[in-house]
Design a protein around this ligand. Structure first.
Ligand code: GDP
Length: 304
């Protein structure tokens, strides 16, 4: 059983760790960005009780730093409402005491809302601007006026154009954020996943993609078994089997020329690679095994 561990004596290696708040007016892509940075499922592994008054949104642990993304309760749920007193308070609270702030804005230009949020940010805390949705601008030189507007607003530690949706330049953003965090060991365990957890998560990712793509088309009598899971260095070879009750369900899952299953498998593989931190060779077969749901031994094997 292999375990991925936090780096040895990380503090001695210049490891950095701290809390990061992500702020911005509604719809600039804050949630998309946090999810893209930490991976949608990373919270599964953070079982530790919270140490801060902020709500934990997710943790990103790299070889060099641990970025703890925090939020205040209510911030995400209120954020679709107009910029008002309540949101002002939420922004102030979400940035209180954090080590770094990421201000998210979007092209083509700063709005009144962006300026209002920026004005709420404490002077003593370093702020990075993530210029999100850079993918929506065909000619990247069109971002320059926005960068100039930002630079006039206050001193930013960095201004990084990114695309949360396309995952552009997220590593650059991570590196810039990490520079602002205090030296210190990770507060939370680096994704302390065991083989068993990884097998389980691999099946979960496949199951999730099936349901996301097919919804009610495929009944609940669909299960995913991991038949083979081997790790060679950073590479994982995974063979999975999707069990269905009827040939008609198999046809739906596979789609024309197997295209649908290919899409499902590559989406699941991308999630696995992000979470496991290494390349994944994933092979998925779809088998009709009538009555599997009534088979006690099979249920045991699948971990139900
Ligand atoms: P929030 O209100 O700031 O949390 O914003 P959301 O994360 O909910 O995103 C608002 C909208 O912007 C959604 O429709 C996203 O799909 C879209 N969006 C987020 N990031 C990007 C991006 O990088 N590029 C593009 N084109 N759209 C994005």
């Amino acid at each position: 059983m292999s375990k991925r561990r936090a780096p040895e004596s990380p503090a001695a290696d210049g490891f950095r760790c701290g809390e990061v708040a992500v702020v911005g007016r509604p719809n600039v892509g804050k949630s998309t960005l946090i999810n893209a940075l930490v991976g949608a499922r990373i919270s599964i592994t953070s079982k530790r009780p919270q140490t801060t008054r902020h709500r934990l949104r997710g943790i990103l642990t790299t070889a060099a730093a641990q970025l703890i993304f925090v939020d205040t309760p209510g911030f995400q749920t209120e954020h679709k409402s107009a910029l008002n007193a309540r949101m002002n308070r939420a922004v102030r609270e979400s940035v209180a005491g954090v080590d770094a702030i990421v201000l998210v804005v979007e092209p083509p230009a700063l709005t009144r809302g962006d300026r209002d949020v920026a004005a709420l940010l404490p002077v003593g805390t370093p702020v990075i601007t993530a210029l999100n949705k850079a993918d929506s601008v065909a000619d990247k030189s069109n971002l320059l006026p926005l960068i100039a507007e930002l630079a006039a607003l206050r001193d930013f530690a960095a201004i990084v154009p990114v695309s949360a949706e396309k995952r552009w330049l997220l590593d650059d953003l991570t590196t810039e954020i990490a520079k602002l965090l205090p030296l210190g060991p990770p507060l939370y365990p680096a994704d302390d996943l065991t083989d068993r957890d990884e097998r389980f998560l691999a099946a979960e990712f496949i199951r999730e993609k099936i349901f996301r793509r097919l919804g009610k088309e495929v009944p609940y009598s669909t299960a995913v078994a991991i038949d083979h899971f081997a790790q060679e260095g950073k590479l994982r070879r995974i063979q999975a089997r999707v069990l269905v009750d009827k040939a008609s369900q198999r046809a739906i899952l596979l789609g024309e020329r197997g295209e649908r299953m290919k899409e499902i498998a590559s989406a699941a593989r991308r999630d696995m690679e992000r979470l496991f931190g290494g390349k994944v060779f994933l092979e998925v077969r779809v088998r009709v095994e009538s009555g599997w749901a009534g088979d006690e031994r099979e249920l045991d094997r699948l971990g139900y």
